[in-house]
Design a protein around this ligand. Structure first.
Ligand code: SF4
Length: 361
């Protein structure tokens, strides 16, 4: 569901601000009405999209906004606007069983308020696409990205901390009563938010999956040296992305980088992209192996020709699974026990159909 269009950022390699113009966003009330309507029609996954989704702002807060103030709602931004965290918070409050995803976020606009809203809102999937582009400050500056490598790494740490990435998942999440850790175990979970004292919050924490972080990377930006590229490889090893879309730089007429000499050879770009792809495969596999033996919630998408089912986890992982149920259909939520993990796909067997979103039972 598009919630806006255009971009104000003018990254030096990108044609979007020229092709689509400056950022324009839809009023919040209109978006909320459309989501309500889609949910009524039976849609199970709402994906909010914009070039720079987390810089969303609405000049007109929805009419019932004051009724929906929560602990992590900003009321309005300093400029008197309703922001993306506020919007997510309100979309999350729309009744119904559905998941919410959003793309694409800009690292410089990933506010603490937004991260806290992600942690709090049970329908918002813990999958964050956060383009890093490169891992070298000099190249980032020439790309006009508006952050440093250290800013990016700190942001990822903060996201992982707030979203409880390091909480171990219990072996069989279908029987959650047995899995609430005792207080001693909890004291070792340094990432548990201090407010997670009530039983329901403890349950939520046990049920959470590790947040999935995906990214975009560009190799061979004009003037990128081997050393600078090595820093991008290092960043990928440090962050351990679940997925990365790795592009080989190509000049776009009209952009400021178009005037720079495209001086990294095609052969070298291919070599660098392959190197990053190898790192990605290693980190994605390590991340996916964390799912082995766990039971995860899956939104069913289709049946494959081989008779298996295909769906997605709340963290955006593709998953194939076997299921006996004749009644299963696209749009159902189901619990699946993961028995195999590859770099970019999980597989398993259906455990049980269930009603609700990630933390339902
Ligand atoms: S790369 Fe993204 S943030 Fe940068 S100008 Fe293009 S659309 Fe905007």
């Amino acid at each position: 569901m598009p919630i806006g269009n255009g971009c104000d950022n003018f990254c030096s390699y990108c044609v979007v601000p020229y092709a689509r113009g400056r950022e324009v966003y839809r009023p919040a009330g209109e978006i909320l009405d459309e989501v309500k309507d889609l949910v009524k029609q039976g849609y199970r996954e709402i994906i909010l999209i914009a070039q720079n989704v987390n810089s969303y702002k609405s000049e007109e807060p929805p009419l019932n906004f004051p009724l929906c103030k929560g602990e992590n709602v900003s009321l309005l931004t300093k400029e008197g606007r309703f922001n993306f965290a506020d919007l997510l918070n309100m979309v999350n409050q729309i009744p119904g069983d559905f998941w919410i995803r959003f793309f694409t976020s800009h690292p410089k606009d990933m506010s603490d308020q937004l991260i806290k809203v992600l942690a709090k809102c049970e329908k918002v999937c813990h999958q964050i696409h956060l383009p890093a582009q490169v891992g070298d400050d000099g190249v980032l500056k020439r790309m006009n990205r508006g952050y440093t490598v250290s800013d990016y790494v700190k942001l990822i740490k903060k996201i992982k901390n707030i979203l409880n990435d390091q909480i171990p998942m219990a072996n069989d999440q279908t029987n959650f009563k047995l899995q609430i850790p005792n207080s001693k175990q909890f004291s070792n979970f340094r990432l548990i938010p201090p407010e997670a004292k009530s039983t329901s919050l403890l349950r939520q924490a046990v049920w959470q999956l590790p947040v999935s972080i995906t990214t975009d990377i560009i190799v061979g930006f004009p003037g990128e040296t081997k050393k600078q590229f090595d820093r991008t490889a290092e960043l990928m090893r440090r962050v351990k992305f679940d997925m990365a879309y790795i592009a080989k730089y190509s000049p776009r007429p009209g952009t400021s980088a178009f005037k720079l000499a495209d001086n990294v050879s095609r052969k070298e770009k291919v070599k660098r992209a392959k190197q990053l792809d190898r790192i990605l495969r290693q980190t994605a596999l390590v991340n996916n192996k964390k799912y082995l033996g766990k039971t995860v919630e899956v939104l069913v998408e289709s049946k494959t020709k081989a008779g298996e089912w295909f769906g997605k986890t709340a963290t955006g992982k593709d998953i194939r699974f076997s299921a006996d149920s004749e009644a299963l259909k696209a749009g159902d939520f189901i619990k699946v026990k993961v028995t195999r993990a590859k770099e970019f796909c999980l597989s398993g067997a259906a455990a049980k159909k269930y009603k609700g979103v990630r933390f339902g039972n």
